[in-house]
Design a protein around this ligand. Structure first.
Ligand code: ATP
Length: 307
């Protein structure tokens, strides 16, 4: 196995009596697209800031590229990291291009790359407009362009799709996929579970400063073993046969209409149930198998954690 790019060992962050981060161990591999999911206050931003060296850890250690996140040596590593904070402070009087020039100077990045970056995030037409007149989504895109300055090999993006419209969200993830193809490692946070579940390689569910569950979406699903939901459409003359088959399978429908039945079934029985339904021939006109969503999984884990 390749060495992890990010190693987090026994990390805590306390603010008085509050354990904002309460003992996290996590490895993130080079080239991974990693999602950190959790409700407000779960500790995502605090963990991010500690990974960037912006906040000291109370205890534990974080290493990036083998280098501890502190001191002069980390400054070099820090140059290869891009960061989109949850709320980026922008000067309303500057234009988009001036803003990017400003961040390029701060970062020691080549300012000649700024117009192309604005183009990349879809802001070329607004480069000379003052940021005052930017919408929330445009500000977010400008923040993303800022994070991309200097072609970072590692990106930390805190709630990157905040304020983006659906088209903007699609475009954003398309660009992330491209960056990943180029070997860039991406860690992003979100509280919109459904949005990232198909898009990350692995994710961690954070709650009360701890990682409650960690893995690929498929592994988290399997670990939670939540039932599948099936929706079966039938011909009017096929309803009786369908109900009898379900009865024989000891399955009680959750809901029914004139042409559809909905019920849940344990994952292990999926193929047996599908075979029985297929045996009904033309009486059944359609079957839709719905996997539990990340929300279902998240709630499942949350319930496990509840006192
Ligand atoms: P959000 O999406 O709302 O930013 P989050 O998951 O990023 O949520 P954090 O901002 O990391 O959560 O906060 C974790 C906990 O630590 C919260 O209870 C928060 O109130 C607390 N906290 C964060 N920063 C401070 C601080 N500077 N002083 C005291 N408490 C803090």
């Amino acid at each position: 196995m390749t060495d992890p790019l990010i190693e987090i060992r026994g990390v805590h962050k306390r603010y008085g009596a509050i354990n904002a981060v309460d003992g996290i161990d996590l490895d993130i591999a080079p080239g991974e697209l990693f999602g950190l999911i959790g409700h407000n206050g779960a500790g995502k931003t605090t963990l991010f800031k500690m990974m960037l060296g912006l906040l000291p850890v109370t205890s534990g250690e974080i290493r990036i590229g083998g280098q501890a996140v502190r001191g002069e040596a980390f400054r070099q590593v820090r140059r290869s990291i891009g960061y989109l904070p949850e709320s980026l402070a922008l000067y309303d009087n500057l234009t988009g291009l001036e803003t990017l020039h400003f961040f390029a100077r701060l970062k020691g990045a080549d300012r000649s790359t700024c117009p192309a970056l604005l183009e990349q995030v879809g802001l070329a037409g607004a480069a000379d407009q003052r940021v005052r007149n930017y919408s929330k989504g445009m500000r977010q895109r400008l923040g993303f362009a800022q994070a991309l300055l200097g072609s970072p090999r590692l990106l930390f993006l805190d709630e990157p799709t905040n304020g983006l419209d659906p088209q903007g969200i699609l475009e954003f993830y398309r660009q992330l996929a491209e960056l990943r193809q180029g070997g860039v490692t991406v860690v992003l946070t979100s509280h919109i579970l459904a949005e990232i579940q198909q898009r990350v390689d692995r994710l961690a569910l954070m709650r009360n400063g701890r990682i409650q569950a960690l893995g690929t979406v498929a592994a988290l699903r399997a670990g939670q073993d939540l039932p599948l939901t099936l929706r079966v459409a039938f011909r009017p003359d096929g309803e009786a046969a369908l109900r009898q088959t379900l009865d024989e399978l000891a399955i009680a429908p959750l809901a029914a209409s004139a042409s559809e039945l909905r019920f849940t079934c344990p994952r292990q029985r999926k193929m047996a149930v599908l075979a029985a339904l297929a045996g009904l021939g033309p009486a059944v006109t359609d079957i839709d198998v719905h996997e539990p969503s990340l929300e279902d999984i998240f709630l499942g884990y949350a319930e496990e954690m509840a006192p």
